[in-house]
Design a protein around this ligand. Sequence first.
Ligand SMILES: C[S@@+](CC[C@H](N)C(=O)[O-])C[C@H]1O[C@@H](n2cnc3c(N)ncnc32)[C@H](O)[C@@H]1O
Length: 188
Amino acid sequence: MKLRRTLLVGAIVSLGLFAQQTAPVPEQPADIPGSLAPYLPTPNAVVDQMLQAVQLKPGETLFDLGSGDGRIVIAAAKKYKANAIGVELDDDLAASSISRIAEEGLDKTARIIHGDLLKQNYSTADVVTVYLWPEANKQVAQLLDIQLKKGTRVISHDFEMGGWKPTKVITIADDGTGRSHTLFLYIR
Ligand SMILES: C[S@@+](CC[C@H](N)C(=O)[O-])C[C@H]1O[C@@H](n2cnc3c(N)ncnc32)[C@H](O)[C@@H]1O
């Protein structure tokens, strides 16, 4: 039921994207208590660009804040040999991504925390990936300011981290579907 609802929200947002060809800002996050953003997956081609931009190395620890179907976590563990951890609030998305990690045989290097991303500790992170909404990013930036070790790379898809100055801004003009994306890279 929740998956249907999140997919519906995703579909509505995607339709908005198709019409606008730029990043949408929905008025409401998903209707799950504590949700900071609806489910809208990062296209796989953009996932690769995010992981290349942060120069993810084998053995490094990556957190994806709001990990959806686990695609960033799985790519980080599988292609980059990182220790990858996703945090996901939605019951169905957490369960399906945990299953997919098991199916891929990545249990040793990838895992999903089923919980609220604002209640976790990211002090071990080398890399943090974010695809949340602008208001959420302000809260996340405040939390990361307290927790991150010096030099941690943070990359945010489409929306800036409130109050932070990006080290680099990468524009992807077309992801293959006509949609553009912007990546904001920060080195803390
Ligand atoms: C825009 S999607 C991004 C998914 C994935 N990171 C990606 O880029 O493909 C945002 C995700 O954050 C999750 N989310 C929203 N609020 C959350 C919270 N407070 N704690 C954990 N996950 C949350 C949503 O359920 C959704 O899966």
